[in-house]
Write a protein that binds this ligand. Structure first.
Ligand code: BES
Ligand code: ZN
Ligand code: ZN
Length: 486
């Protein structure tokens, strides 16, 4: 999608559709009355008749009959002014774009206004313009090929937001790719390409090397699969004292292993590498924008398969930290592979870590598709992540890690069990409690459970169903924050 900017009167704009945002109960102001006049008061008529109320995500299409150079005006509801925030700004821009896509619009013009600025519009339109039909032999939807932003715009913001939205859609594509295509080997190819394009340091650790290094947790899960597995490291040095570690769960397909999932829970499990994909996407943004911060990415990448070589419930394995893990459920594989990734990131010098993982179905029970869960320590680091997510328009909600929860993962035979025995309570927190065992006290660490947000089951007005690319924008904001703090 080509992005251009213009500081132009709305009634002079050429486009297939011109989007104008209005709050609920708001009278058109600024440039809009002039546009309304040019189209014989069609806008005020739509409002008067109640065809357009300004509710969030509402889009009303008005034909201009050649009275202005744009063929249509899309009146886009911004909702109640009091509820407005950057997340909504991005989503209403997305809802305008989704409508435009459905109408077959090629060139979309968007009138910026206070609160709905270039960043939100570019990201919202970019995400809405994603075509999920990767393998359709005949294209079913058209795409917006040109976005024109109308208003006073900073060119840096345009470049920045375009990079972020393209990286996010790339992440969505990686997640969408079927598991017979997006194998661990293919993920490694993608990482190698990133390293080459952006001159990152790269380390690809194969199973034998992982075994030699003592990554018994990662290798344990990997051993059940016929596909080769890898621990993948990318290193970016942009300066500053902080070394941010980002770790992403990269299970390219989660069958549950011998604790096999029931058939209806198996579909969509190609998305279990979304955490790693979001880390890849973040590295792509880092490579493009070159922030003054250091980032170390460590992603364990493997399938989780049942086989004669697979881990069995009751097996005990030794992780890179030396701690032993009793496997009580092979479907709780994400935390096991991440344990070694977290330890390795710390060995490589990461002092502040965020991990992203589609770790538990339980987070869907808590938040549905609306928020990711955060756990970690210290609180100041969690706050920094939460604040970044707010600015990024991605919802994250903190869960407690009370001491008492530790009893859930008590093992008779080893240092810790990978999953509860008996009643499955506090499933998402148990995931956090497990990972915490592999983080040193002085390391700043946040775990994000993105199982509910990385993939949405139903279409929304502003985004198709399926992968969302959740996490990229939060991590980018976080890295920018580190850059400023130095
Ligand atoms: N990949 C799943 C979690 C998941 C579920 C992601 C639904 C996306 C949608 C994870 O590996 C898993 O199976 N977790 C188990 C943990 C349990 C065995 C302790 C779960 O949530 O049931
Ligand atoms: Zn699983
Ligand atoms: Zn999983």
């Amino acid at each position: 999608m080509k992005i251009t900017t213009a500081d132009q009167k709305l009634y002079k704009v050429h486009s297939d559709a011109l989007a104008v945002f209005l709050f609920e109960g708001e009278k058109p102001s600024g440039e809009v009355p002039r546009l309304d006049k040019a189209v014989s008061s069609s806008i005020s008529e739509a409002i008067k008749l109640g065809d357009f109320k300004g509710k969030a995500y509402e889009v009303t299409s008005i034909y201009t009959h050649g009275k202005v150079p744009s063929s249509r005006i899309l009146l886009v509801g911004a909702g109640k002014r009091a509820d407005f925030e950057p997340r909504i700004a991005r989503n209403i821009a997305g809802s305008a774009a989704r409508r435009a896509v459905k109408l077959g619009v090629k060139s979309l013009a968007v009138a910026l206004r206070e609160g709905v600025n270039a960043e939100e519009v570019i990201e919202g339109v970019g995400l809405a313009n994603y075509d999920p039909g990767l393998y359709k032999t005949k294209k079913e939807t058209s795409e917006i090929s040109e976005l024109t932003l109308i208003g006073d715009i900073n060119k840096q913001t345009v470049k920045h937001s375009q990079v972020v939205s393209e990286a996010t859609n790339w992440v969505r594509k990686l997640i969408s790719e079927p598991p017979n295509v997006m194998t661990p080997k293919r993920m490694v190819e993608e990482a190698r390409k990133l390293a080459k394009d952006y001159k990152f340091g790269i380390e690809v650790i194969n199973e034998q090397e992982a075994k030699d290094k003592g990554m018994g947790a990662f290798v344990g899960i990997a051993q059940g699969s016929d596909e080769p597995s890898y621990m993948v490291v990318l290193k970016y040095r942009g300066g500053g004292r902080q070394n941010l570690g980002i770790c992403g769960k990269g299970i390219t397909f989660d069958t549950g292993g011998l604790s096999l999932k029931p058939s209806d829970k198996l579909t969509d499990m190609k998305m279990d590498m979304a955490g790693a994909a979001s880390c890849f996407g973040t590295m792509r943004v880092v490579g493009e924008l070159k922030p003054k911060a250091n980032v170390i990415m460590v992603c364990p990448i493997t399938e989780n398969m049942p086989s004669g070589k697979a881990l069995k419930p009751d097996d005990v394995i030794t992780s890179l930290s030396g701690k032993t893990i009793e496997i009580t459920n092979t479907d709780a594989e994400g935390r096991v592979v991440l344990a070694d990734a977290l330890v390795y990131a710390q060995q490589l010098g990461a002092t502040k870590i965020v991990d992203l993982a589609t770790l538990t179905g339980a987070v869907l029970v808590i938040f549905g598709n609306e928020a990711a869960a955060a756990m970690g320590s210290p609180q100041s680091w969690i706050d920094q992540v939460l604040e970044s997510s707010e600015r990024a328009g991605e919802r994250i909600w903190q869960l407690p890690m009370y001491e008492e929860y530790k009893t859930v993962l008590k093992s008779e035979i080893a240092d810790i069990a990978n999953a509860y025995k008996g009643h499955p309570s506090a499933g998402t927190i148990a995931g956090g409690i497990f990972l915490q065992e592999f983080v040193k006290n002085k390391t700043n660490w946040v775990h994000l459970d993105i199982a509910g947000t990385a993939w949405i089951e139903n279409e929304k007005p502003f985004i198709t169903k399926g992968p969302t690319g959740f996490g990229v924008r939060t991590l980018v904001k976080l890295i920018e924050g580190l850059e400023k703090a130095k």
